[in-house]
Ligand binder design. Structure first.
Ligand code: BGC
Length: 430
């Protein structure tokens, strides 16, 4: 069954994960540090920077009508206030290529990576980030806004807070382990866990980071945040929304959020409520004037009285280690709609797996959830799958395969998977 005319069915990428050689970005620099924490560097990624036309043609052939991609701040403004016209022109061509293929470009202005200069100046904990981001966005919109209808300002604007919560949980576990170690009078807790070595690694990482960013604790977008830092992301979003609307009031603007389907077992209701507040509700005052919210859901998180529960026994897990749970998308759409009556745009949803049949099953269930939500009156305007290509999954490198199209890492040859065609089969008739 196809969606009705006007509904977007597409695939997503992010600049750093597919373009290659994003040399002026914080991530690229971190990937090259021996103790930077990355499995492998992004390198030329999927060479999408040079092969975007081929990739867009694949989407067109499969029948998709939307492509969500990001514009890379580190390319556009490699030094503060210095804008690279050739790079702006590059994205102008990508947008034109989408249009020529009848594909709606859904542009993300920020997808996790910042220019190194931003981080050297204090990054995402410095109040000036709002001004820096606004200036960058203003330039992009001035140059490219005339051909855009949908803009996601910041990808997963709640990610900083999620990282803080994960880090806190991890720190607590480590402290408990360390206490046990001290009690036992040894520093080798178990095979594969050596505190001394870990501390040495951390020290080296700090020194290396200091040499690049001038601080051993750089405030990148994907670092843990303070409460003020969490709010700064929202202020940056609001500033971007304002400059976009000033120049092009008709552009539909929103941000995207990483949203788990938060559930509870008896006793866990309070924890689950608190989690939903952190992940979503407390941002509402900053989003209420947006044209849409970008929904990004991958799995569920179940809470008990003592916090998040482990994956259910026997559950099928994705390569990322979380539960394969495509039903979550429908639940999240319903839940967000309870507090935000405006349009919802599924800007990411997908599964990391080598088994494309599993991806097809995932998409079928997730999309039927979208159809159900729409039939119940929830204003969902599009479904965009993560991801078009098997790409660079941040610290985990290239081993995670989210793609609808595989990429040969040696030759860069693209091979569409069955799931790409399945997704296309839901797109509205032209
Ligand atoms: C991010 C992507 C990432 C994907 C899969 C989202 O959190 O926006 O950049 O690759 O999830 O983990």
């Amino acid at each position: 069954m196809r969606f009705e005319k006007g509904f977007f069915v597409g695939a997503a990428t992010a600049a750093h994960q597919v373009e290659g050689n994003n040399r002026n970005s914080d991530d690229y620099a971190l990937e090259l540090l021996p103790h930077g924490g990355f499995t492998e560097p992004s390198g030329i990624a999927c060479d999408h920077y040079n092969r975007y036309a081929e990739d867009i043609a694949l989407m067109k052939k499969a029948g998709l009508n939307a492509y969500r991609f990001s514009i890379e701040w580190a390319r556009i403004e490699p030094e503060e206030g210095v804008f690279d016209e050739a790079e702006i022109d590059h994205y102008r061509k990508v947008i034109a290529c989408c249009r020529e293929n009848g594909i709606e470009p859904v542009v993300t202005l920020f997808h996790f990576t910042s220019p190194v200069w931003v981080i050297r100046k204090g990054g995402w904990e410095c109040e000036e980030i709002v001004k820096w981001f606004r200036n960058y966005v203003d330039k992009v919109i001035q140059e490219l806004g005339s051909d855009l209808h949908y803009i996601v300002t910041i990808n997963e604007a709640n990610m900083r807070l999620q990282i803080r919560m994960i880090s806190e949980r991890y720190r607590k576990q480590m402290q408990q382990k360390a206490a046990k170690t001290a009690a036992a009078g040894e520093d080798q807790v178990q095979v594969g866990y050596n505190l001394k070595l870990m501390m040495e690694g951390l020290k080296k990482a700090e020194e290396e980071k200091r040499s690049v960013f001038g601080t051993g604790d750089p405030k990148t977008f994907v670092s843990s945040c303070t409460e003020e830092g969490d709010l700064l992301v929202m202020k940056a979003h609001e500033a971007a929304r304002e400059v976009i609307r000033k120049r092009y009031p008709d552009i539909q603007v929103g941000l995207s959020l990483s949203l788990h389907d938060i559930q509870s077992v008896p006793g866990g209701e309070e924890n689950a409520k608190e989690e939903w507040d952190q992940e979503f509700l407390h941002y509402l005052p900053n989003l209420k004037d947006d044209d849409f919210i970008g929904i990004q859901n991958y799995t569920r998180a179940v809470y008990g009285a003592d916090g998040q529960l482990p994956n259910p026994e026997g559950a099928s897990l994705t390569q990322m280690g979380y539960e394969d749970y495509p039903e979550g998308l429908y639940h999240v759409l319903c839940r967000v709609h309870e507090s935000f009556p405006g349009n919802l745009f599924v800007t990411e949803n997908g599964i990391a797996t080598d088994d494309d049949e599993a991806r097809c099953r995932f998409l079928t269930t997730a999309i039927s959830g979208v159809m159900k939500a729409k039939s119940e009156g929830i204003p969902v305007i599009g479904y965009i799958c993560w991801s078009l290509l098997d790409n660079f999954e941040w610290q985990k490198g290239y081993a995670m395969r989210f793609g609808l199209v595989s990429v040969d890492r040696k030759t860069m040859e693209r091979t569409p998977k069955k799931s790409l065609h399945l997704l296309g089969s839901y797109a509205p008739e032209e």
